[in-house]
Ligand binder design. Structure first.
Ligand code: DCP
Ligand code: MG
Length: 445
């Protein structure tokens, strides 16, 4: 409350009602208390969600402007491939990412098929992250082209919406990449607003208008609602978010358990999940110390392959991708060496295993006895893309899904590459550091 405002009230009170100064002080104390309580209760957040528009296509267009304005598909040109990304011009034909390339070509024969450049995508993704990290204290990089920014408290000196608009323009100016953003009181509503307004635009959802904004949309717009849940809801006769809003939460809980409750809350514009700060150093790793120092390259590579497979299974399970590999070796004289390599975002064994082996070959040049080897994956982002490289086929994607299903059911060593299965595996969860039935520091014979 401003001082002149207080003095004015004091003057009016004393003059008109004969209130003493002590009574007035009590009145002010009470009113301040009420204000502070109201502020605490309404300590609502302001979250901006920013997502780059047709990211892979937009980067490819920067490198080749003749692709502008045309239907473009990113993916392997073989018929067995899948569409990794497509331009908005291609989407008009009903094409979407993860669609078999063969079908996409049938829907739009004139579409231009571009074999993408993952190194470039990772580089441009880093550029955007750099801009955001310089301007926003708390942000989450939730996928290769998607960010949540916690702007809570920024309102007083610069309107959050105005500030987000400035940032959005800066991203475009400095990287050449179009994006869209949604701003609201929580992550879910902001994300839905971004998707609603795409491409190259933005939308602000005022506090208190969340339900009204969501009501006419299909339930499939709720981020948690995948194909399976959508079918369950459709069978219940639920198509619009409005219907969900009107349903008792208990019914949703009965049908879909705890997820049902969360979906109901999201449908009602309620979401208090925090923005999880992005940390470049976030990583998962695994290392093995040998009982007897070794120079057996075949054995060491086999162990590296097995460790890589186990770590990548964990990554996929956590819905994450990595873009940096580090290999570590410790010689018998305790000299420790590491070597790092940036890679396109991925979580697929068949992309990473060759890179791990390559890096090991470069690092292990002294041919001296080794006592320890390790592998670390860092620069993690959220993203459960089943498609990571353009030559990936539907068969390959299904193979990963089947393998991961078996690993989930029977343990992470249930399926291993022959090359990685020669040595006793260690059952270690790198996310929580816990072993599954075996000691953490198990040594390899
Ligand atoms: N991607 C992928 N596999 C998928 C989905 C996406 O490899 N199954 C890649 C290609 C996309 C990028 O990730 O360009 C970002 O994903 P988005 O879902 O944000 O899609 P786009 O950025 O292409 O389009 P939009 O404008 O709808 O955000
Ligand atoms: Mg995008």
């Amino acid at each position: 409350m401003k001082i002149d405002y207080i003095i004015a009230i004091q003057f009016v009170c004393i003059a008109t009602k004969g209130i003493t100064k002590i009574e007035f002080k009590n009145f002010i104390a009470q009113s301040l208390f009420k204000q502070i309580t109201a502020m605490i209760l309404s300590s609502d957040k302001t979250i901006t969600h920013l997502d780059l528009d047709c990211f892979f296509v937009a980067v490819s267009r920067l490198m080749n402007p003749t692709l502008n304005g045309k239907p473009v598909l990113i993916g392997g040109s073989s018929d067995r491939g899948v569409v990794a990304a497509c331009s908005y011009e291609a989407r008009k034909y009903g094409i979407h990412s993860a669609m078999p390339m063969k079908l996409a070509k049938r829907l739009c024969p004139e579409a231009l098929i571009v074999h993408g450049d993952y190194e470039m995508y990772a580089k441009k993704s880093d550029e955007v992250t750099q801009i955001i990290s310089e301007k926003v204290p708390v942000y989450e990089k939730s996928s290769i082209d998607e960010f949540y920014l916690d702007l809570t408290g920024m309102d007083r000196f610069f309107g959050c919406y105005k500030w987000s608009t400035e940032l959005w323009k800066t991203v475009k100016k400095e990287t050449g990449l179009p994006s869209s953003f949604g701003i609201s009181a929580n992550k879910t509503v902001s994300k839905i607003a971004t998707d609603f307004v795409k491409p190259d635009s933005n939308k602000k959802i005022d506090r208190g208008t969340e339900k009204e904004f969501l009501a006419p949309m299909s339930v499939s717009k709720i981020p948690m609602v995948g194909e399976k849940t959508y079918q369950v809801l459709r069978q219940m006769g639920v198509e619009k978010i409005l219907t969900l809003q009107q349903m008792p939460v208990e019914l949703m809980k009965d049908v879909l358990g705890e997820n049902g409750k969360t979906i109901w809350q999201k449908a009602n514009g309620i979401d208090d999940t925090p923005v999880i700060p992005y940390n470049e150093r976030k990583s998962i790793s695994s290392e093995e110390t040998f009982d007897q120092d070794t120079i057996d390259i075949v054995k060491m590579k086999s162990i590296l392959i097995r460790m890589t497979e186990q770590l990548l299974f964990q990554l996929r399970d956590e819905n994450k991708l990595t873009s940096c590999i580090t290999i570590k070796i410790r010689y018998s004289n305790f000299d420790t060496h590491t070597m790092q390599s940036r890679i396109p975002y991925t979580s697929c064994d068949h992309h990473l295993i060759p890179r791990v082996k390559e890096l090991f070959d470069k690092l292990y040049e002294r041919r001296m006895l080794i006592r320890l080897i390790g592998v670390r994956f860092s620069h993690l982002v959220g993203g459960g893309y089943q498609i990571n490289l353009f030559e990936d086929s539907m068969e390959q994607i299904h193979l990963y899904q089947a393998m991961d299903k078996m690993k989930k059911r029977y343990g992470d060593t249930a399926v291993l590459r022959a090359a990685g299965s020669d040595f006793t595996p260690r059952m270690f969860n790198p996310f929580n550091g816990l072993t599954k039935g075996q000691p953490l520091q198990k040594k390899i014979q």
